[in-house]
Design a protein around this ligand. Structure first.
Ligand code: C2E
Ligand code: CA
Ligand code: CA
Ligand code: CA
Length: 278
């Protein structure tokens, strides 16, 4: 029987596409990478549209693969999601981002709000809020300096999402809907969900000066957010024209290459925190 199974495995691997094999390798590398500490975070500033001052930052995970070099999150996040590795990886991201935020506060910099991306598998863990609460206690970070970013797709199961978001609110962290406008979401749910902010997806922001319909979409999302008393962030702001347009739409916050690409912690500190203290 063992022999037969061996033959079966062989036939299977022979038939496997290169892509599938690549995926398996990358997945096992991901697991090892997590153990070996190959991941780190970069931070991108969130700026006030009105004053141009810094309001906070978003933590973005990076993987420095020992052989391949940097692997973009667009490649390894879906894989981590598929394999379930996103749960320990996401836990590490949460802890590292909060630890860093607290370390900056301890250095005497003005406290800022750290945005952290959640993946759907993480979001579905019923004990996530409890774990985050415990982690914040241990680190000593005030929950008001944490914002969790979820996507519209996570609110499809609306009762479960509602319960989870309520637990987050009780904890005292902020909640934003990332990539807003690209996914499924009912305005009715939106009205009832305990959220604080919409982040308008980059795809709309990048075309506001060229596509009339994108300008209309941004403008509509912004005005809807105002009516629902939600804050608005525009992502992917790359030039002054886009920023000027966002100002006319009374967007609160902007993020994008116009201000800075995501940068490692020490660089972020030099560029955005040091001068504020002096
Ligand atoms: P996202 O959450 O929508 O993050 C914004 C992405 O847009 C980042 O890509 C950022 O580098 C990029 N970006 C920011 N400003 C600009 C701009 O002005 N122009 C352009 N062209 N791009 C800009 P990144 O870092 O490659 O991340 C891609 C996605 O991977 C993120 O999209 C997020 O969905 C996911 N991701 C990143 N870090 C984490 C994490 O820690 N956990 C989870 N679950 N997902 C993460
Ligand atoms: Ca995000
Ligand atoms: Ca986004
Ligand atoms: Ca996006």
């Amino acid at each position: 029987l063992a022999k037969e199974q061996g033959a079966e495995v062989k036939r299977f691997s022979k038939g496997m596409t290169t892509i599938a094999r690549e995926k398996l390798v990358l997945e096992s590398d991901l697991r090892k990478g997590l153990e070996r500490g190959e991941f780190f975070l970069e931070y991108q500033p969130k700026m006030s549209v009105e004053t141009g001052g810094i309001l906070g930052m978003e933590a973005l995970v990076r993987w420095n693969h020992p052989l391949r070099g940097p692997v973009p999150p667009g490649e390894f996040i879906p894989l981590a999601e598929e394999s379930g590795l996103i749960v320990p990886l996401g836990e590490w991201v949460l802890h590292e981002a909060c630890r860093q935020n607290k370390a900056w506060q301890d250095k005497g910099y003005d406290p800022l709000c750290m945005s952290i991306n959640l993946s759907i598998r993480q979001f579905r863990q019923p004990r996530l809020a409890e774990q985050i609460g415990h982690m914040l206690d241990t680190i000593g970070l005030d929950p008001q300096y944490v914002e969790l970013e979820i996507t519209e797709s996570m609110t499809v199961d609306k009762d479960a999402a509602f319960e989870q978001l309520k637990r987050f609110k009780q904890l005292g962290v902020h909640i934003s809907i990332d990539d807003f406008g690209t996914g499924y979401s009912s305005l009715h749910y939106l009205k009832n969900m305990p959220i604080d902010r919409l982040k308008i997806d980059r795809s709309f922001v990048s075309e506001v000066m060229s596509g009339e319909s994108d300008a209309a979409i941004v403008s509509t999302i912004a005005s809807m957010a105002h009516h629902l008393k939600l804050k608005v962030t525009a992502e992917g702001v790359e030039n002054e024209e886009q920023l000027a347009f966002l100002r006319t739409q009374r967007c609160h916050e902007a993020q994008g290459f116009l201000f800075s690409r995501p940068v490692p912690a020490d660089r972020f500190e030099d560029l955005f925190l040091r001068q504020k203290k002096l």
